[in-house]
Design a protein around this ligand. Structure first.
Ligand code: SF4
Length: 470
């Protein structure tokens, strides 16, 4: 996927002007919010999310050891484990595996990590056709777009837009807005390809270190097809997806499905423990696991940013974010949009490129409230905002930080005034008197906003007056 978070402001402005897009998102987000609420009563959510947070924090506290254990167990099970520090390395590993079997067609289950890697384009440049098999991903691939939501990739499209797309791109298909018919058309297309696929590629929701088991959550059955029909299965995941024990999976799974789609459980839950054994009738002959770092170690090294690695990619923070629900996912210009994207994109792409993203938040706290593993997103956003303006940016060193001398001087002056009451009083008195002059200044901030009417007197003046009253 081409990532362009630098264009966020421009993209957001355009998205806000697209009424159809806003309507699509509003309807979809309201629906998802209501579904989640129906299966996650507040009291149950409180205890389950505390458990989810504790599991993720325990697993992260011993991440290096668990990754080594996962590798050892997977190897014992016959799964070939590959380590990739960057997306280039991960793409190279997958290309080599596919080349070794002379593969020409790869079928993919839904995987945000492979979106992060831009795998489809990379493989196409190496002569391998990578076809998405998740219905939403299939649609966005056909439209030559990226996913706009981490769980529902084509949520930005209405049934009419999908009907037009199918009619235009699939030979012999007549225009129909009937959703079941559209799904049947897509499935028929894919079923043909599954028969010919050389390789299946999937993501991983949880990788169990204790047993070397790869867990995959899905609703369409395409994930099971990708991992069992082609002779080679390649699972790709970020290093943070490892959990210690098999018993860690059920609470996290329950939080994931209920937070993501409002389902008590998904239609399919796959547990992959190795390639086909001698006496088994189906399953792949080879199973590979690619473990990707891509900036995660950088976040891991920082105690505060490490919390971002707790994420189980449910998308609930996006569904409840007042910014995401209005501008949609593409405006962010990153693989992961919405609140979660704002806190992980800086360590994936660098803070300099993503410095506008943490500012796209009202800090209302809805994201933290619904997060099933209790990631303190608003606090992290504030940290990233401050860091993007600091000349001594530490945690995002590799990425570089933006620094405005003017802004830094303004904040220095402000801090000085705050600890000198006399200066502060005079300053706020002047500001109250002359605030109306702001309206005359040319500023982009005023476009689309109504200037507030300034109070005639400062808070201190009013307070003093009130105290003097008998
Ligand atoms: S940050 Fe929390 S709510 Fe958002 S996708 Fe991750 S786990 Fe879900």
């Amino acid at each position: 996927m081409h990532q362009a978070p630098e264009q966020f402001k421009h993209n957001a402005r355009q998205a806000l002007g697209n009424l159809q897009l806003r309507k699509n998102f509003r309807g979809a987000m309201d629906f998802l919010q209501a579904k989640r609420k129906g299966v996650l009563p507040d009291d149950e959510f409180a205890s389950l999310s505390a458990r989810g947070e504790a599991i993720k924090q325990r697993c992260l506290s011993q991440l290096p050891e668990l990754l080594e254990q996962l590798e050892a167990q997977c190897t014992k099970n016959g799964i070939q484990v590959h380590w990739a520090a960057t997306v280039d390395e991960a793409n190279g590993i997958i290309a080599r595996i596919v080349r070794a079997v002379d593969g020409k067609l790869a079928l993919k289950g839904k995987s945000m990590v492979t979106e992060e890697m831009g795998l489809n384009h990379y493989m196409a440049s190496h002569g391998v056709d990578c076809l998405e098999s998740d219905m939403g991903e299939f649609i966005v691939q056909m439209a030559n777009e990226g996913p706009s939501h981490i769980i529902m990739p084509a949520i930005h499209k209405s049934a009419v837009e999908i009907a037009q797309l199918f009619e235009e791109k699939i030979e012999g298909v007549a225009y129909t807005e009937d959703v079941d018919t559209l799904i049947a058309i897509g499935r028929n297309q894919l079923r043909e390809k599954f028969k010919r696929a050389d390789v299946g590629i999937s993501g991983v929701n949880f990788a169990v270190a204790e047993t070397g088991t790869l867990c995959l959550v899905e609703n369409e059955g395409n994930g099971r097809m990708c991992t069992s029909v082609p002779p080679v299965h390649i699972a790709v995941t970020g290093i943070e997806k490892v959990v210690q024990w098999l018993q860690d999976v059920p609470p996290l799974l329950s939080l994931l499905t209920r937070s993501a789609t409002g389902q008590p459980i998904t239609t399919y839950f796959n547990m992959i423990s190795g390639p086909r054994k001698g006496d088994e009738k189906d399953g792949p002959e080879q199973v590979h696991l690619v473990l990707l770092d891509n900036g995660r170690s950088q976040a891991y090294a920082d105690e505060e940013l490490r919390k971002t690695l707790q994420c189980i990619r449910c998308g609930a923070c996006m569904n409840h974010c007042p910014v995401y629900t209005r501008i949609g996912g593409h405006a962010y210009g990153t693989t992961y949009p919405g609140p979660i994207g704002k806190i992980i994109s800086p360590h994936l792409l660098g803070l300099e490129a993503t410095q506008d993203l943490p500012t796209a938040s009202s800090l209302c706290g809805a994201c933290e409230e619904v997060c099933p593993v209790r990631i303190p997103i608003p606090k992290l956003l504030q940290r990233l905002r401050a860091e993007s303006q600091s000349p001594q940016s530490l945690a995002m060193q590799g990425a570089g930080a933006s620094y405005s001398r003017l802004e830094a001087s303004i904040w220095t002056l402000w801090s000085w005034a705050c600890v000198h009451p006399r200066v502060y009083r005079i300053g706020s008195m002047m500001a109250a008197r002359f605030r109306k002059c702001i309206g005359w200044l040319p500023s982009a901030w005023k476009t689309g906003r109504t200037m507030p009417i300034p109070a005639a007197r400062t808070f201190h003046e009013r307070y003093r007056q009130r105290r003097q009253q008998p």
